[in-house]
Design a protein around this ligand. Structure first.
Ligand code: G3P
Length: 224
């Protein structure tokens, strides 16, 4: 499964990129506004920090003609950029047009398999199924993810299912079980993926025993 970082914060991208496990970054207008920096400069810095990674940058117009202008401008900034498009009628028309132009798209704000079907048929590169916002209103966000994975596989669509609006590591576990292609998440959630108390306890035990034995890796005798 590919892992994307969901952020507009360049420092967060720099930190996660050091681990060597992220395959891309997703931004959205809220995350870019939160960064306090310019849209183009932020997206280009992120492209440089994740070489070859898919970097999603979202249009903000809601009429087709302006969305198309915005999409072509954003796509022109860097070859790694994937144009993010909301699942609205002009958005699906835009995805179809961009697919014809060879421009990659990430269809966002998807909550149902029927919405995902429209995105897949339009030729979306990624379909962002939001899970956390459904859970936030007592729903089961992951339900639509599993149905979307089954749908793209059943009909042979090339779209990749991207689990978005991830709130905690269990969403990642569930995304794996649903055989989703990608999960995007905030840095804090990605950092939680590393954590287990038995890992911490086990490492402490290893190091305590090593130190008690007075051993050394760098001393020829093997003893500190
Ligand atoms: O960026 C798309 C999505 O991951 C945002 O989710 O619910 O945390 O704003 P949310």
């Amino acid at each position: 499964m590919k892992l994307f970082l969901d952020t507009g914060d360049v420092d967060e991208v720099r930190k996660a990129a050091e681990w060597g496990v992220i395959d891309g970054v997703t931004t959205n207008p809220t995350l870019i506004a939160k960064s306090g920096k310019g849209f183009r400069e932020t997206v280009l810095k992120i492209c440089d920090l994740v070489p070859g990674g898919a970097i999603s940058a979202e249009v903000v117009a809601t009429d087709y003609d302006t969305m198309l202008k915005e999409a072509m401008e954003i796509a022109s900034w860097h070859e790694q950029i994937v144009v993010k498009v909301p699942l609205i009628e002009p958005g699906i028309r835009l995805v179809t047009s961009l697919a014809e132009r060879g421009v990659r798209t990430n269809v966002t704000l998807v909550f149902t398999v029927s919405q995902a079907l429209l995105a897949a048929k339009a030729g979306a590169t990624f379909i962002s199924n939001f899970v956390g916002r459904v859970d936030d209103v007592s729903g089961d966000g992951m339900e639509a993810v599993a149905a979307t994975v089954d749908m793209v596989e059943a009909y042979g669509y090339e779209s990749e299912v991207l689990v978005a609006s991830v709130r905690h590591p269990q969403h990642v576990v569930q995304a794996v079980a649903a055989r989703a292609h990608i999960a995007t998440m905030p840095l804090g959630v990605m950092q939680q993926l590393f954590k287990h108390p038995l890992t911490d306890l086990g490492l402490k035990r290893f190091l305590d025993d090593w130190n008690k034995a007075g051993l050394s890796i760098f001393e020829p005798s093997g003893v500190a």
